[in-house]
Design a protein around this ligand. Structure first.
Ligand code: PMP
Length: 385
């Protein structure tokens, strides 16, 4: 059977391919966006699972919008106004897919940060959107370029990850958040705020979400993957009813509803009395791993620069001029997997050559992080000979 035209240019995710290679014995993987498995709250989940197994009604088909008590929790914690509602999704990745299918026709303009989350690039490229890449600075998107895009191309959406960006770890400043909210309101562009790393702040002061500053002009994607468990596959989209309702109908056609037992398990976990302490322990663990990784980088690769971060899961390491894809291939041969920064840019866009790699610091143990950096330093020394 011939594949649909819209799928003909779809490439499998580079990261998923690297992750497959990274499973080889003795390989050190700094490639995936994986949380540490010892942060999964098994001590909280196990007794709750036993209780839930006594409730057959949870294992019946459920409502498309989501499990009622979890939706009530979302209304209470995430809705900015009474006219806002939520839709539970199978991970926030499904939220991205539903938004693209509901709102984008081929050729519609959307703005994305460059670099940007690979899974979002995949979704928007599949939707055949016209991607306008806005350059990223250390405080967020380049505001002059963003306004020029808004004024000239009337994009439907601005997709952004303001808290601990994937892949760069950048967190937008307060002033940038206010400015972007004002621009979205002034030009009638909907902000799609993707916030899977927001709970993983381990230093610095908390800043308002950008959507909080333009609540009628924004839709938020939240995920429980990074601080509860990615395998549970629960995310939530929240925003004004007029934006969310079409997504509910679309989800009906996509998968009827997300797993009800997993939604119930997630809710009980979030409400568990010790959950805040558990979350704090995750932040501390990740801060230590971040410090170990950046300490080793400063010592062993002083010619490279790691963008400082206050949270999240990634370090963006800028290197002296080199071909990062070739470098990543060399590193893989020497037993360390990293993601070359070039894969995070939209295809067919003239971007300056990318001299950075993304390193994940949350999954590997501290000793392994240090060993990974030492292997990187060996490869560098060899390349520069
Ligand atoms: N958005 C961003 C920015 C991500 O980094 C990820 C996961 N890597 C997702 C969305 C998808 O997360 P999930 O589907 O597990 O909720």
């Amino acid at each position: 059977m011939k594949i649909a035209r819209s799928l003909q240019s779809l490439k499998p995710s580079y990261i998923r391919e690297i992750l497959a290679a990274a499973k080889a014995p003795h390989m050190i993987s700094l490639a995936g966006g994986l949380p540490a498995e010892d942060t999964f709250p098994m001590h909280i989940l196990a007794p709750i699972m036993t209780q839930l197994a006594r409730l057959p009604s949870l294992f019946q088909y459920g409502p498309t919008q989501g499990y009622g008590p979890l939706l009530a929790y979302c209304d209470q914690h995430f809705a900015y106004q009474p006219t806002h509602t939520s839709l539970i999704t199978t991970g926030s990745q499904q939220g991205l897919d539903l938004i693209a299918r509901a709102y984008l026709d081929a050729g519609d303009a959307i703005v994305m940060e460059a670099p940007s989350y690979l899974g979002a690039l995949q979704v928007f490229e599949l939707a055949q959107a016209r991607i306008l890449p806005v350059a990223q600075t250390s405080t967020g998107p380049d505001l002059t370029q963003l306004e020029a895009y808004f004024a000239k191309h009337s994009p439907k959406l601005f997709y952004a990850v303001p808290d601990f960006h994937n892949p760069t770890g950048v967190c937008w400043s307060h002033a940038t958040r206010e400015h972007v909210a004002t621009l979205c309101q002034r030009y009638g562009v909907v902000l799609l705020e993707d916030a899977p790393y927001r709970e993983l702040r381990f230093s610095g002061e908390s800043l308002p979400m950008v959507s909080e500053l333009c609540p009628e002009q924004a839709v938020v994607l939240r995920s429980f993957s990074k601080y509860v468990s990615p395998g549970m596959r629960v995310g939530v989209i929240t925003g004004p009813e007029r934006f969310i309702c079409p997504l509910i109908t679309l989800k009906q056609a996509a998968d009827l509803h997300s797993s009800v037992p997993m939604q119930a398990l997630l809710l009980e976990t979030l409400m568990y009395s010790d959950f805040p302490q558990h979350l704090q322990a995750i932040r501390t663990l990740y801060q230590v791993r971040y410090q170990v990784l950046t300490g080793a980088l400063a010592e062993q690769l002083p010619q490279c620069a790691a963008t400082p971060i206050d949270g999240g899961m990634f370090v963006w390491l800028t290197l002296p001029r080199c071909d990062v894809e070739q470098l990543a291939a060399h590193l893989l041969q020497q037993g360390v997997a990293v993601v070359p920064g070039s894969v995070f840019y939209p295809a067919d866009v003239d971007a300056p050559p990318c001299c950075a790699v993304r390193l994940n610091f949350t999954h590997a143990e501290p000793d392994t992080l240090v060993e990974g950096v030492s292997r990187m330093a060996d490869v560098f020394a060899h390349i520069q000979e």
